[in-house]
Ligand binder design. Structure first.
Ligand code: AMP
Length: 541
């Protein structure tokens, strides 16, 4: 097991194997089945091109062999920051086969996040596009590499500059020892509560278990087509069942650059897409624009989750689109609950459904961590065959993030209906859920405090009609306070991803405190309500 990752206790591992959750399958085997039996079939549709299972399989083999020639060994970490492209899938499978571990970063991440990930993961390599959406990732890599001599390989899917082109890594396929299914296969990023995101080490056992179960429950098999409109680096589009679940099932993967309707709807029509995953913020837009594209969506299932969804919106969108909407609740740490396609609309639209497996253990607890009375709201604690037992290299944090018996303290407030379906009621954790993108407030606060015009700051979520939540920075100024635009420019200059920049700013003289002396963020949020009548908070148009 990778040093710094936390294994399941032996009795749980034995149970999950005995009960058939863990079957010794690894992610290195992806593409092998369909490639062997029907290699000519399309595996991926992307950017107007088509790649067959056989082609993708061979590409992954060649990259894996090339990585080995570069000196990459099992257990090496590679931060992978690629947009939704065939390269991303080929690189991931190649790393699985070489026994190396992709750490999946979002394309929106910038120097601050990528630098931190490379450092924290002690990465041997970084894989980036050349220029993507006007941002030069090579310039970012240059700065990061200067500070991290251990970062030996920078591979570029595109014009490489002084780095190595991905196309130059290819080598004739070579035999490689298969990875241990109990070992870490990939690292995902947590939504984050304390400062920088935590790395979530997912093993072959537990991730394959999630791919197999979600594909089966969502009816995705080799006759289906999965459309990725969210970044594939996010667990939702990667493995619930997502692109990896689709490849495992022999289905067709269709990659879109974004959920923009003018890209998504033509792809759904042309490729007969059967399943896609969406965050709630995009659903109203899809519902109002679908009519313009005259596409028959009756075979389409849209899994909507990642943030709160209004049942009314779910129900009217389903009618407008003529598709099936299922809701889900999930986290990169592994828990997934979802409503099944065959369930009545009142369940699919108003609840987050049931866990994936009977072996998923869910507890709803009160503030003293005692089981809350049935049906009442409490914090969700989870344990199961796909729920990790610890964050990577985070021993101190793990001691508080997990109970002594290994349940993850999710920080989410939920209740369970008499039928056994989960309903999300809120969150204990200090994070802004900006339309599904999680903004760890502590990380942003640290950056804002570095501004010379800021004495102190507290960032908190405030309601937003489109995104559900957006972020507001409450600033105690030091001398000449920055404007919202100044602050955003300052944070961009520090290499922070755009989705983490505050949407609003309020100047305050002091912070209200809770009885234990912490900043009372709930009281701060009320300030935006008070000021609604008089001075509006600074807001970016
Ligand atoms: P991530 O680490 O990005 O996968 O985010 C996981 C977090 O997203 C959860 O802990 C929840 O706070 C939030 N989340 C996921 N699904 C839902 C949902 N259906 N409703 C409300 N919040 C959700």
């Amino acid at each position: 097991m990778l040093t710094g990752a936390v294994p399941w206790p032996a009795e749980f591992a034995a149970r999950y194997r005995r009960e058939g959750y863990w079957r010794d399958e690894t992610l290195a085997q992806l593409l092998r089945g369909p490639a062997g039996s029907a290699g000519a079939r399309t595996a991926v549709v992307s950017g107007g091109g088509r790649t067959s299972y056989a082609e993708l399989d061979s590409r992954a083999d060649q990259i894996a062999a090339g990585l080995r020639q570069l000196g990459v060994v099992a257990g090496d970490r590679f931060v992978v920051q690629l947009p939704n492209t065939v390269d991303l899938l080929a690189v991931c499978v190649a790393l699985f086969r070489a026994g190396a571990i992709p750490v999946l970063a979002l394309p929106a991440h910038r120097r601050a996040e990528i630098g931190y990930l490379c450092e924290h993961a002690d990465a041997a390599g970084l894989v980036i596009p050349g220029v993507h959406l006007g941002f030069d990732h090579r310039a970012m890599a240059r700065e990061i590499r200067g500070a991290l001599p251990g970062l030996r390989h920078v591979l570029v899917a595109g014009e490489p500059g002084e780095f190595t082109a991905l196309t130059d890594v290819l080598a004739p396929p070579a035999e490689m020892p298969p990875p241990d299914p109990a070992d870490v296969a990939l690292c995902l990023l947590s939504g984050g509560t304390t400062g920088l995101p935590k790395l979530i080490p997912r093993t072959h056992h537990d991730y394959v278990c999630q791919l197999r179960g979600t594909a089966r429950e969502m009816g995705l098999d080799d006759s289906g087509a999965y459309l990725a409109v969210l970044p594939v680096a996010h667990n939702a589009a990667l493995g619930c069942p997502g692109v990896l679940g689709a490849l495992r099932a022999g289905a067709k993967v269709v990659l879109a650059a974004s959920p923009a309707p003018d890209e998504a709807f033509p792809l759904i029509a042309a490729e007969a897409v059967t399943l896609t995953t969406l965050m709630p913020a995009f659903l109203p837009l899809w519902a109002t624009t679908a009519g313009l594209f005259e596409v028959d969506l009756s075979r389409l299932v849209i899994e909507v989750g990642g943030a709160r969804l209004d049942p009314e919106v779910a129900s009217s969108a389903e009618q407008a689109l003529g598709c099936t909407i299922t809701r889900w609740f999930g986290m990169a740490e592994g828990l997934l609950t979802f409503t099944r396609t065959g369930e009545p609309a009142r369940v699919r639209h108003a609840t987050e459904g049931r866990p994936l497996w009977p072996a998923d253990e869910i507890r709803v607890v009160d503030a003293g961590e005692r089981d809350a009375p049935p049906g009442s709201v409490g914090e969700l604690l989870v344990r199961g065959p796909s729920v990790v037992r610890g964050y990577y290299r985070a021993q101190g944090y793990n001691a508080t993030a997990f109970t002594p018996s290994g349940f993850l303290r999710t920080g989410d407030l939920v209740r369970v209906t008499p039928e056994g379906n989960m309903v999300v009621a809120g969150r204990l954790r200090d994070v802004v859920n900006r339309g599904g993108e999680k903004v760890p407030t502590a990380e942003v606060e640290d950056h804002i405090r570095a501004h010379p015009g800021v004495k102190d700051v507290a960032v908190t979520a405030v309601p937003d009609p489109v995104l559900g939540e957006c972020s507001c920075a409450f600033v105690i100024p030091a001398g000449d306070p920055p404007s919202l635009r100044d602050l955003r420019d300052f944070l961009t200059g520090r290499g922070l991803a755009a989705f983490k920049l505050p949407d609003q700013m309020e100047l305050v003289g002091s912070f209200p405190n809770t009885p234990v002396g912490k900043v009372d963020k709930a009281a701060l949020r009320d300030i935006t309500r008070w000021s609604a009548g008089g001075g509006e908070p600074s807001r970016l148009q």
